[in-house]
Design a protein around this ligand. Structure first.
Ligand SMILES: *Cc1c(COP(=O)(O)O)cnc(C)c1O
Length: 388
């Protein structure tokens, strides 16, 4: 389904930004609709996804996990096998091509743990764009290796010392920069959140995951999966694998949120399960806020899921019942991380481990004849350091 012309999925989405950014978003929207109809844009995108990102990624039958759980048949979509090790590269290649097409010489981005920052720095190097990444001072300390990677790739990392010195402050700084430099600067958003057209555009660049998986499962099994399971931070890997199956009503979608330490405190990031609708980062969507509308501090062992809101399309799927959203706790994600490593020889990202954990915990609730498609959004090499 497409959002309406103002960028609403049902009542979610829209454009809640300062007036000064409206022309930039209008320009981006116009160029995006032209680009996706442009044959040469399409073929360039396809070429870079193949030659640089390593697509298509494998659809892997997790035979040992399937046997171990004695439950449904489990397939993993191997986004961990892409260049830079997660699905984020799909979106960054697409948006870098947008920046080039629009004649912008500089890109900026915000990053929390640094994964989107590294993917952005990677495409900036490849496409010869100047790049500034905003990162909270706290995050810079916690993720020193990613700061080093970005610098090595030629990106300037701007440490943000306002507020809580984390992702949301980095995002505010990036927005401020964009307001004053819209003429030469392209803003590269990392997930299906933010003001229209970002949720639509990022979905467009991530739906390659689901399009490939749909073809692959039909080839291997001759039928569609019964369930698709993906972790949800901002929601881009989940929308990427769900969306091409949207009209297949027999396929059920399960979005796994970060249940953190527990759901009683605020030590989690389960925006849909525990949130209420409000406006954050330019769009109306479910978010974690107190009764005064103050955004709550969040937590997840998986940095990529540690975000207080979710893309508006997920809020819509939740309300119409197209997808279910369920929290999984840190401790269960860590167990899944360990189990998949030992049993399949695949070290999953802690984010992706949430989706695996959901399958492990619920293996008895599925039928043995069920076919499960799980999005393995990224590899876990990045996580080994902090768990030592
Ligand atoms: C960033 C990230 C996520 C979370 O982001 P989404 O937009 O929800 O996909 C999940 N998995 C990995 C590996 C990530 O790097």
């Amino acid at each position: 389904m497409m959002p309406d012309k103002n960028g609403y999925f049902g009542k979610y989405g829209g454009v809640f930004v300062p007036e000064t950014l409206m022309p930039a978003l209008e320009e981006l929207k116009k160029e995006f609709f032209l680009a996706i109809k442009d044959k040469s844009f399409k073929s360039e995108l396809k070429r870079h996804l193949t030659e640089f990102a390593g697509r298509p990624t494998e659809l892997y039958y997790a035979e040992k996990l399937t046997k171990y759980l004695k439950g449904p048949k489990i397939y993993l979509k191997r986004e961990d096998m892409t260049h830079t090790g997660s699905h984020k590269i799909n979106n960054c290649i697409g948006q870098a091509l947008m920046a080039v097409r629009m004649g912008k010489k500089r890109i900026i981005a915000e990053t929390g743990a640094g994964q989107h920052g590294v993917a952005t720095a990677t495409v900036a190097a490849k496409f010869g764009l100047k790049c500034d990444v905003f990162m909270g001072e706290e995050d810079c300390k916690r993720q020193a290796l990613n700061v080093y990677r970005m610098k090595l790739l030629g990106t300037n990392v701007i440490s943000v010392s306002s507020g809580t010195k984390t992702l949301k402050d980095a995002l505010n700084e990036a927005m401020r920069d964009w307001v004053s430099n819209v003429d030469n600067t392209y803003y590269m958003l990392g997930t299906v959140a933010g003001p229209h057209p970002y949720p639509l555009m990022v979905r467009h660049f991530q739906k390659v995951i689901g399009e490939e998986a749909r073809r692959q499962i039909l080839l291997k099994e001759g039928r569609l999966p019964n369930y698709i399971i993906a972790c949800v931070g901002g929601g881009s890997n989940a929308i990427g694998i769900f969306y091409p199956f949207f009209k297949d009503n027999c396929v059920r979608f399960i979005g796994v949120e970060a249940g953190g330490v527990n759901m009683i405190s605020t030590m989690h990031s389960a925006s849909i399960t525990a949130g209420t609708p409000g406006v954050l980062h330019g769009s109306y969507t479910y978010l974690l806020q107190d009764s005064d509308g103050q955004v709550l501090k969040t937590h997840s062992v998986a940095a990529g899921l540690d975000y207080p809101a979710v893309g508006p399309e997920h809020s819509y799927y939740k309300d119409i019942g197209r997808a279910e959203y369920i929290p999984v706790m840190d401790i269960d994600a860590l167990k899944a991380y360990d189990l998949l490593s030992k049993i399949e020889g695949i070290i999953p990202a802690l984010e992706s481990s949430h989706a695996i954990a959901y399958v492990i915990k619920n293996s008895r609730k599925f039928k043995k004849s069920d076919l499960l498609l799980v999005n393995l959004s990224g590899r876990g090499d990045k996580d080994v350091g902090r768990l030592l």
